[in-house]
Write a protein that binds this ligand. Structure first.
Ligand SMILES: Cc1ncc(COP(=O)(O)O)c(C=O)c1O
Length: 395
């Protein structure tokens, strides 16, 4: 394959449905925190794979595990047992709350499984799930309905009944929204798409208490925060508030597509035989990559590394905040950091891209970074230098 960027873009224009806003760049190779386009231009990536490539691009231990696995067994359906899927479930369970896993292929599917489990587990007539404004749970009909913002709903109505929206952080509002039909509460323990919003401990503890008192299922969508991103295996451990159900995807397999829902042991029988399935879920290649991801994080001390990345980025950003009036707030945990601006942020993303740094802006004004946790500090500093120049130029 040796087409130019323009030739590749032209293929997309002719044959790919234009449902994404794509930058006019065609990427052909990645290594660690670097990407190269078809003309050989190198970019530093502060937003690898929208958070999926948390171990960098093409991490060697993951690539090796996949190579080894594809030569042996790629996929058999879930009517059989495989060692890889069993071991992967065990490793996730032992690093979280000791529950059981259902495997799928994406974050939306993991959340679908959590929604179905919650309805199946609840007495007849209890089906509502409370979710939050500024959340993001996926694009299937159920998960897009769980995602509260109208902009994701326009034209799709009628949506799935049974979702009730509350303000993130408003415990009294949640309490008031619970009624006899409520089955559960679903939220991101740190909102990603909504602007890297870190909730108060009291809010999460309050939700846990409400769920215990009213016999509701507490679901944490850890698709963006999970598997090491925050410097803990899972963000719930950062807050020490344990959910009943947790969903994972993005970071779970070192960049390979996969998802999982983990639930407490006593809830597992509710997803009874025949009520849910995924043909590719937990396939052997994903499982091998998932196992290798956990091993790599452990062997290379990457949980601690995520905290070092946080400190380095926050220290630098705090300095900018003291110098530049456009910065409203710097927030985040581990390698998940947002810089909220007082002005619209997309122009800074473009300025960075012109200078070969890939970064994201979410919620209009929040510059979002989800760098690889193993990004070398000199690369991190170089990228932060590009962002600093962009902020100064655009201020
Ligand atoms: C918190 C959260 N949940 C769910 C999803 C949906 O994941 P996927 O795109 O893999 O379906 C995302 C994707 O950005 C997410 O950030």
């Amino acid at each position: 394959m040796s087409r130019s960027s323009q030739e590749i873009i032209s293929l997309f224009d002719q044959f790919v449905i234009p449902n994404y806003t794509r930058y006019p760049v065609a990427l052909v190779r990645g290594e660690g925190s670097y990407l190269w386009d078809a003309e050989g231009v190198r970019y530093i990536d502060f937003f690898p794979g929208w958070g999926c490539d948390m171990l960098g691009h093409a991490p060697e231990p993951i690539a090796n595990a996949i190579r080894e696995q594809v030569g042996r067994l790629i996929h058999v359906p879930n009517s059989w047992h495989t060692e890889e899927q069993g071991v992967w479930a065990q490793m996730l369970s032992e690093r979280s709350f000791g529950g059981k896993a259902f495997f799928c292929n994406s974050g939306a599917e993991a959340n679908e499984a959590a929604i179905k489990l919650t309805r199946l587990r609840s007495p007849k007539g209890k089906y509502k799930i409370i979710t939050f404004y500024n959340s993001f749970h996926g694009r299937t009909m159920a998960t897009v309905t769980a995602t509260a913002q109208q902009k994701y709903h326009d034209g799709l109505e009628p949506l799935l009944p049974g979702f009730v929206y509350c303000n993130y952080g408003d415990l009294a509002g949640v309490e008031a929204a619970i009624d006899d039909e409520t089955a559960g509460i679903m939220l991101e323990p740190i909102q990603g798409e909504g602007g890297v919003n870190v909730p108060s401990l009291e809010f999460l503890q309050g939700l846990r208490k409400l769920c215990d008192e009213r016999d509701l299922v507490l679901i944490f969508d850890e698709v963006q925060t999970g598997v090491g991103r925050t410097g803990e295996w899972f963000a719930y451990q950062y807050f020490n508030v344990v959910p009943d159900v947790m969903t994972l995807a993005k970071t779970i397999c070192g960049g390979v597509a996969a998802g999982a829902m983990l639930c407490k042991r006593e809830l597992a029988p509710s997803l009874r035989k025949g009520m849910h399935a995924s043909t590719f879920g937990g396939n052997s290649v994903a499982a091998a990559a998932g196992i290798a991801t956990i091993k790599m994080i452990e062997e290379e001390g990457l949980l601690a590394r995520a905290k070092e990345v946080e400190k380095r980025v926050k220290d630098r950003a705090a300095k900018w905040a003291s110098e530049m009036d456009i910065i409203q707030e710097v927030r985040g945990v581990g390698a998940m950091i947002g810089i909220e601006l007082k002005i619209e942020g997309s122009r800074f993303v473009e300025l960075c891209m012109e200078n070969r740094l890939l970064i994201n802006c979410t919620h209009g004004k929040v510059i979002r970074m989800l760098p690889a946790v193993n990004i070398p500090f000199e690369t991190l500093d170089e990228g932060l230098g590009v962002l600093e120049d962009a902020l100064k130029k655009g201020a």
